[in-house]
Ligand binder design. Structure first.
Ligand code: FAD
Length: 588
């Protein structure tokens, strides 16, 4: 039985909590919980404010990158990883420092690293998920063994990306729907969690029915109300996602103590509009303890999508280390703020400049090899499981994938020129259009030539050049991810030059509803809230903030799977426990 969620005597004598388990939010966390419940034939109702097209929520759009430790794929690549190393990396990144608010997050962190080491791979593979053979290396770190970052590659890309992650859980849940165990109600937006006044237990939800709509997945939908609903259930699971779709909320909770007083004015948005965070406030009003709201995970390499699906749609570049990174004033970012190294430290630096953008200076060779775009729709080869396309676009192509080529051609953040002076002129034109700074071409040349001067040997005193050489000793990176070290001004061989304006991109919420290891919601007084559970991003991916301050990547989908599984199993125990008590009572 879920800790702290014991039945009251009234419930036991009346046959326990009644009705289906209600899940608010049919994203990945909700689907995993529904999968676990349906495995035990527990009646479950999934409510979602969006239409059926959106089943799976954000996970559908994801690259499907999963954090696993000492996996089959890592071992095949010769990567030596271990629980101890992963735990050290996790703690070096999380930097838990809050006595009360980090109590459950610390426990979740330990439990999650154990899950990622012992069970994640077999759990998802048993559902039919497959990983790509080359394990990716995200968040390469801040240059310290005990600091932020992954010591080894751990980002396991799903073959089929996000849609496949959704499919392997959605399919069995839909099968259970056919058998009458699971029911879906789309376009149902929850506004209130109903609590039994006598028992203090969550016993249902209230909300509004939105007008039916056939909008495509991810498109912002109408909020026209056509009815109301009130539904009772045996337990309520909140799995409604984070706040990244509401820029004003992101600004409201911005950590000025850590990232400085200059809250960025403009962002591109990395999640659909339904990631609105309303349920966090609704749960808090009901008595759930919400913690670590100032912890967030936003990216510094956001592109305005030239072909947007949701409002202000941004696409993140998952960069490899070779691009030269300049701030808006034209200064090179200091070590260890290199592409793909330390997201939040880079964000802090950018905020200190007073500008919301930076520049990557790269060339055709670097963009072709090193610009991976985050998003299932931006990787048709992986998403469509096409080995042929993968080889043609990532191994043999000198131009990069088709989506990268499209961004280079149509993306408003890209400047492509044959020489540096023209490139800077193009950058200045772009900056002028958005109130940015004009750069001095002579100064940019000085920075580029200084960087290029470190490429005459295979050794160097420049930390970024050292990182490039070191990273290429991992052979998948050398083969398909990191361009051969070269000078940017060697345009004959590697040109044209390409400058990319990188915007700030909202994405993940690291804090949220506090939960114990059963995903049972905690109240402010430290007791568990009977009948109320939370999983996924709304619960800070477990505990109200399993990541602490920083993430190692691939831990968000993983966190949804782990916390959704914990919720489903604990609720099943609770509901079955109640049923068993009821059966015994009826025999007496
Ligand atoms: C482009 C992209 C790439 C990503 N790549 C990765 C990756 O490679 N690896 C990784 O680990 N993570 C990745 N992530 C993050 C990860 O996908 C999300 O953190 C995760 O899917 C969140 O799942 P969730 O179930 O908690 O919430 P969501 O997916 O946000 O689902 C919540 C659902 O709740 C519904 N809802 C909200 N409020 C209400 C309400 N009041 N009433 C009814 N319904 C409601 C919403 O409509 C939504 O369907 C990526 C995210 C994006 C957008």
């Amino acid at each position: 039985m879920a800790s702290g969620a014991a039945q009251t005597p009234q419930e036991a004598s009346s046959g326990g909590p009644k009705g289906p388990v209600i899940i608010v939010g049919a994203g990945l966390a909700g689907l995993v919980a529904a999968f676990e419940l349906s495995q035990q034939n527990i009646p479950t109702l999934l409510l979602d404010q969006e239409n059926a097209e959106n089943l799976g929520g954000q996970a559908f759009w994801s690259l499907g990158g999963l954090f696993c430790v000492d996996s089959t794929e890592q071992r095949r690549m010769g990567i030596k990883d271990s629980r101890e190393l992963a735990m050290r990396d996790w703690l070096g990144s999380a930097r838990f420092d809050r006595e009360k608010e980090d109590y459950w997050p610390r426990k979740w962190a330990e439990a999650f690293v154990n899950f990622a080491t012992d069970e994640m791979e077999s759990y998802v593979k048993a559902r039919g998920l497959g990983f790509m053979i080359n394990v990716g290396w995200a968040e390469r770190g801040d240059g310290r063994a005990d600091g932020h970052g992954n010591s080894v590659p751990r980002f396991h890309l799903t073959w089929g990306t996000g849609p496949e992650v959704v499919r392997v859980f959605a399919e069995p849940v839909k099968e259970a729907e056919k058998k009458g165990i699971v029911e879906f109600k789309f376009r149902h937006v929850v506004d209130e969690i109903i609590v039994d006044e006598t028992t203090g237990r969550a016993v249902g939800v209230k909300g509004r029915v939105l007008e039916p709509e056939e909008t495509a997945r991810g498109v912002k939908s109408s909020r026209t109300v056509v009815g109301e609903f009130e539904i009772s259930g045996s337990a309520v699971l909140v799995s409604s996602g984070g706040i990244g779709g509401d820029v004003e909320k992101v600004k409201k909770f911005w950590p000025v103590d850590r990232l400085g007083p200059a809250i960025p004015k403009s962002f591109v948005v990395g999640v659909p509009a339904h990631v609105d965070g309303r349920m966090i406030d609704i749960a808090e009003k009901t008595g759930a303890n919400v913690i670590n709201r100032d912890r967030m995970w936003h990216y510094t390499e956001g592109l305005k999508n030239w072909n947007p699906i949701w409002p202000a749609h941004g696409i993140r570049v998952l960069p490899a280390p070779s691009s030269l990174w300049l701030d808006a004033t034209g200064k090179r970012l200091p070590p260890f703020l290199f592409p793909g190294s330390d997201t939040l430290a880079t964000l802090k630096y950018i905020c200190s400049t007073g500008y919301d953008y930076t520049w990557f200076i790269a060339d055709q060779s670097i963009v072709a090899r090193e610009f991976a775009l985050s998003g299932s729709e931006q990787n048709p080869d992986f998403t469509g499981k096409s080995v042929w396309q993968l080889f043609m676009q990532r191994v043999f192509s000198s131009k990069g994938t088709t989506p990268v080529q499209n961004f280079t051609k149509y993306g408003e953040d890209f400047v492509v020129r044959d020489n540096l002076e023209d490139l800077v002129a193009g950058m200045n034109e772009l900056a002028a259009n958005s109130g940015g700074l004009q750069l001095d071409p002579a100064k940019v040349r000085e920075v580029v030539e200084t960087r290029d001067g470190q490429f005459d040997n295979t050794y160097s005193k420049d930390a970024q050049v050292m990182l490039i050489h070191s990273a290429r000793t991992y052979w998948p990176d050398r083969r398909i991810r990191i361009a051969a070290p070269h000078k940017l001004l060697d345009t004959k061989k590697h040109g044209p030059l390409i400058a990319v304006r990188m915007n700030l991109l909202t994405r993940k919420t690291l804090g949220g509803i506090e939960t114990n290891l059963s995903s049972n919601v905690m109240r402010a007084d430290g007791t568990a809230f009977p009948g109320l559970y939370a999983a996924g991003e709304v619960a800070g991916f477990g505990g109200g903030g399993v990541h602490g301050y920083s993430s190692l990547e691939g831990t968000f989908l993983g966190g949804c799977i782990f916390s959704g599984r914990a919720a489903g199993r604990a609720i099943a125990d609770e509901v079955r426990g109640a049923a068993a008590v009821s059966a015994v009572a009826s025999k007496l």
